[in-house]
Design a protein. Structure first.
Length: 345
């Protein structure tokens, strides 16, 4: 007999499958061919290289898993499979957002809206590449349902969501979040994208005593993602202050920081992953590079990393745009279960 948790997980997967099927049913035959692909299990994702930039001399890297592809470069430089929102009717776009609404938690959905709004604010200033909400792309791999493995991939320049599902389980990994500009106005209101990640990291840093801070500070270049697109399966020696040296309050703050990524998935499917992360907190490290202060209510110009036995997070301010506090890329990886590898095993 299935436990309540198993029943809730399967029901959530079925709800996501129903939303995905509802979206597919709005498409023409030609659109369906462009939106849905076979799910092709791979032992590891690989790096895919494209030449781009203003002079065509920049190496643009994407991460490819079967037919799926994501990157921290624009969709016009690293093509994503699927349908762009700008090519869809209003009814079809609403179906995409309805799928995201049931796929993600309230926090995750709000984060996606903030990131897309940031990209739209940039697009409104004019860019020489595809940008804005219209460039965000959705693809479905496999047949939505509970019985077989399938995956939803959604993203754009500053977002990549890869959610693999089987039965009662769903895995959100890997994930890219980012923004440029980090602060913008929409509907007369000021929006600060990825604020919670930055604020919670600075708050945790502020609790460290001199010895802990000495362990935490590293010399990593702030604008360099160590495990960005194309680095699936790679491992690094953990650096920073170890969770076992933190007190209970500090470990809870570190868990709350990690939850900004792991908690983007809907609450039902995220629960086992969050429990796994909590169980590994004593073996999880927090590392920091760059300034240890910042202006109030603004992102800092600092890099930080959280690394555990089954966890890798980076927050990396980026130089394009000229202001490190306004442009950031982040990576979230689950080394054991990227693209649902553990589900299929």
């Amino acid at each position: 007999m299935a436990s309540p948790a198993q029943g809730a997980g399967a029901a959530q997967t079925q709800a996501i499958a129903a939303a995905a099927t509802a979206f597919l049913n709005t498409l023409s035959d030609q659109q369906q061919v462009a939106a849905q692909f076979a799910f092709e299990p791979q032992p590891m994702a690989t790096a895919a290289h494209f030449r781009g930039g203003m002079r065509g001399d920049v190496d643009m890297v994407g991460e490819q898993y079967g037919r799926a592809m994501w990157s921290n470069f624009p969709v016009s430089d690293v093509p994503r499979p699927g349908l762009r929102l700008g090519s869809l009717s209003e009814v079809q776009r609403q179906a995409v957002m309805a799928l995201l609404r049931v796929l993600l938690s309230d926090r995750g959905y709000r984060k996606v809206l903030d990131i897309m709004g940031s990209d739209q604010a940039l697009a409104d200033t004019g860019t020489p590449y595809a940008s804005g909400r219209a460039a965000y792309t959705l693809a479905i791999f496999g047949t939505p349902g509970v019985a077989d493995v399938w995956m939803v991939q959604f993203g754009g320049h500053h977002l990549a969501l890869n959610v693999t599902m089987l039965g009662q389980y769903a895995v959100l990994a890997p994930v890219l979040t980012g923004c440029l500009p980090a602060i913008y106005e929409e509907g007369g209101k000021r929006v600060r994208a990825l604020a919670a990640e930055n604020d919670k990291a600075f708050a945790l840093l502020g609790t460290l005593d001199a010895k802990q801070r000495g362990w935490a500070l590293i010399g990593h270049p702030v604008s360099e993602l160590a495990l960005g697109p194309g680095r699936d399966g790679e491992m690094m020696l953990p650096v920073g202050v170890k969770g076992s040296t933190l007190d209970l309050r500090q470990r809870e703050m570190m868990f709350d920081l990690i939850s900004e990524w792991a908690g983007m998935l809907n609450d039902v499917h995220a629960a086992p992953r969050l429990a796994e992360i909590r169980d590994g907190l004593e073996e999880t490290f927090f590392a920091w590079s760059g300034p240890t202060t910042r202006k109030p209510d603004r992102n800092g110009a600092s890099y930080f990393r959280v690394q555990g036995p089954r966890l890798f997070i980076e927050f990396s301010p980026q130089e394009p745009g000229g202001d490190l506090t306004m442009h950031v890329h982040t990576i979230y990886r689950d080394p054991r279960n990227a693209y649902g590898r553990a589900l299929m095993a």
